[in-house]
Each structure stands twice: as structure tokens, then as C-alpha cells.
Design a protein around this ligand. Structure first.
Ligand SMILES: Cc1cc2nc3c(=O)[nH]c(=O)nc-3n(C[C@H](O)[C@H](O)[C@H](O)COP(=O)(O)OP(=O)(O)OC[C@H]3O[C@@H](n4cnc5c(N)ncnc54)[C@H](O)[C@@H]3O)c2cc1C
Length: 322
């Protein structure tokens, strides 16, 4: 049989971040035909906007995350991978041997037949919605003194000396923000709902700053009400204390971008835990021919290299099976 007479299997990849691009690269090299379906006008996902050296990618000591995003996207461009930008999935129907996708791109509808689906839609920052029902919040937000993106304190560090700052959250990002603000000369209140969950090295650094008095840690507290006075924010805590601050940084974690799956009967029953897609070791989900890679399937160890590795593993498994 002439194997070249066989049609090349198309694989739909939803999301063009590090995970989706890596999967596309591997699929292409393995002789399959990836199609990236991306809601934005560009590839890169979370990396795209991060102008900070990424210290966690072997061999790339000097590159910012945004530069890595450019490198990855250029690589995909050279491989001539099909990418649908500004694409919105309107329908996903399971067929006998794959899926039919209906995609809306700038009011133009396209139908795509794919042999398998790879979900690589990443995560979003949890933000203001968490405080929406707390008294006083609606009057305060939006405000330039209150923000939620994990790196948004960096441009403000030069103005924080002598000011008072609250950081809300108990994970790594809350700890990094509290440390950065304290080292910039701010008096920091770190408000932790339950207990600290940051990794040991950053936790130790924060505890040292607590011992020096630069950070005051409040554990087991939540915000009961917000108010303002003379351009400052008053936080009434559930333990009865009040804290008055100049800046407030929420570090409330992330949520998997899986809500859109509920729109499609073919995917609504996919197994999830706290919104993240459950997979096996080769990134197969609970549904036949549906994979999930990168942050959307990795609540515990989100990182560029893990996303890239997941894309490669899923592609190899697909190639072995199809
Ligand atoms: C502030 C911050 C700092 C970080 N720092 C580091 C670091 O220093 N080192 C490190 O290794 N990692 C870091 N990370 C984590 C790293 O950025 C992620 O693990 C990695 O980028 C995840 O890639 P991904 O492809 O899984 O998801 P994403 O990058 O989130 O990509 C998902 C893509 O899917 C698209 N999408 C979403 N929904 C849809 C839909 N319905 N239809 C079509 N497209 C959709 C999105 O537009 C996006 O392009 C950081 C993350 C944050 C937030």
C-alpha cells in the first residue's frame, strides 16, 4: 500500500500557548497535521505579556518570557502550521472517527474535521469576582491602587518606599509580592485566609522579613468590608482588626480555562478536579480522542517546560495511536 495515499490526520489544538505550540511542533514532525485554534490574534498565551527574565528554562538564561513566546511563535511560523486566530468555537460534534468543529473567525464560519482534539487553553488569573459581594468593594473597584495580576506590583516598586501595602493570598505569588514590596521599603500586611502554601525557599524569605518587622502576617483572616479614606483603603478583617493601606495586591490564584467546554455536549462530561482537566500520564482525558496539556491540566506544577513536555508527550501518543 502506498502510505502517501492515506489522508494525513488533522489534529485540532485548542489554545496556542507554550503547550499548544509544542504539541503542534511534535505533531508536524511526526507526520500529522496540527491546526491551532486560538482566540487571540497571536500565539504565546500567558508568556506573551511577561517582560521578565524567565529563570526556569534550560539554556535560555537571558530571555524574558515574552521573548520566549516570540521564539516559539516564529518556530511554528517556519513549520507552516495552520493557525486560526481570533477563533471562537461554535460547535464540537463527535463523529464515528473524530470530531467536526465549527469555528467562527471574524463572522466567517469554518467547518473542520479532526481526528482528535487537544485542549491547551491554560488558566486565567482569579481576581475581583472573589470580592464582588463584600461590602464596600463595588465603590472601590476599579482602582489603580487595587490589582490582581501576579506581576503588577513590579512597575510600582519605585514608589512603594514608606508606603503601606496589603497582599492577599498564601501562595508563591503572594509571597513574592510581599517580599518585593518589603524590600522596596514598604510596610507590608500579608493576609492569608487559611495557612501559607508557598514553597519553602520563598516562605523562608518572607518569614525572615516578618522577623525583621517589614512584613506583618495575618493568618486565618478574610476581608469583611472595604472602605476608603483620603485616597487610602481601609480593610476590615474578620478578626475585628482594621488595616489601612495605600496599595492592595490580590494574589488569589488561577482558574483553569475550561468553562467553554460546557457549551458542547460532546465535551461536558470530561472529568475535572477543581476545574482542571484530569488526564493520565500521556495526557489522555477521560473522553476518547481528547487530550489536555499544559496549565489547563496541571494545577500543581504549571511552568513553561512542563507545558512544552506535555505537548510533546501527547503528540507522541497520538502519533503512536493514529
Ligand atoms: C505571572 C506569571 C509568571 C510566571 N512565571 C513563570 C516562569 O518564570 N517560568 C515558568 O516556567 N512559568 C511561569 N509561569 C507559568 C507559565 O507561564 C505557564 O505554565 C505556561 O505559559 C502555560 O502554557 P499553556 O500553553 O498551558 O497555557 P497558556 O499560556 O495560558 O495558553 C493558553 C492559550 O489558549 C488560548 N485560549 C484559552 N481559551 C481558549 C478558547 N476557548 N479557544 C481558543 N483559545 C483559547 C489562550 O488565548 C492562550 O493563548 C508564570 C505564569 C504567570 C501567570
Amino acid at each position: 500500500m502506498d502510505i502517501h495515499a492515506e489522508p494525513i490526520a488533522k489534529i485540532g489544538i485548542i489554545g496556542g500557548g507554550a503547550a499548544g505550540m509544542s504539541c503542534a511542533l511534535w505533531l508536524k514532525q511526526l507526520g500529522l497535521q496540527p491546526v491551532i485554534i486560538e482566540k487571540n490574534t497571536y500565539l504565546g498565551g500567558q508568556l506573551k505579556g511577561m517582560q521578565r527574565i524567565n529563570r526556569w528554562v534550560l539554556g535560555h538564561q537571558q530571555q524574558t518570557s515574552a521573548e520566549l513566546a516570540e521564539l516559539y511563535a516564529a518556530h511554528i511560523g517556519q513549520l507552516d502550521v495552520d493557525c486560526l486566530y481570533q477563533a471562537q468555537l461554535l460547535d464540537i460534534r463527535r463523529l464515528a472517527n473524530g470530531f467536526e468543529l465549527t469555528v467562527n473567525q471574524l463572522e466567517k464560519h469554518t467547518s473542520l474535521l479532526v481526528r482528535a482534539l487537544v485542549i491547551a487553553t491554560g488558566v486565567r488569573v482569579v481576581g475581583a469576582e472573589v470580592f464582588a459581594d463584600i461590602p464596600g468593594f463595588a465603590a472601590l473597584y476599579p482602582s489603580t491602587h487595587l490589582s490582581f495580576y501576579p506581576l503588577d506590583h513590579l512597575p510600582k516598586l519605585g514608589q512603594l518606599a514608606g508606603r503601606t501595602v496589603a497582599v492577599i493570598g498564601g501562595g508563591d505569588n503572594a509571597h513574592f509580592t510581599a517580599k518585593d514590596a518589603a524590600l522596596a521599603g514598604a510596610q507590608v500586611h500579608l493576609l492569608i485566609r487559611h495557612t501559607a502554601k508557598a514553597r519553602a525557599p520563598i516562605r523562608r524569605h518572607v518569614q525572615a522579613l516578618v522577623a525583621e518587622g517589614c512584613i506583618i502576617e495575618h493568618s486565618g483572616v478574610q476581608i469583611a468590608a472595604f472602605a476608603t479614606t483620603e485616597n487610602r483603603i481601609i480593610l476590615a478583617l474578620t478578626n475585628g482588626q482594621h488595616v489601612i493601606v495605600d496599595e492592595l495586591f490580590g494574589r488569589l490564584g488561577f482558574a483553569a480555562n475550561t468553562g467553554f467546554l460546557d457549551n458542547f455536549a460532546a465535551l461536558t462530561n470530561i472529568s475535572k478536579a477543581r476545574g482542571y482537566i484530569n488526564t493520565d500520564a500521556v495526557y489522555r482525558s477521560s473522553l476518547a480522542d481528547v487530550y489536555a496539556i499544559g496549565d489547563v491540566a496541571d494545577a500543581l506544577h504549571p511552568s513553561v517546560v512542563n507545558a512544552i513536555a506535555a505537548g510533546a508527550v501527547a503528540a507522541q501518543d497520538l502519533s503512536d495511536r493514529i
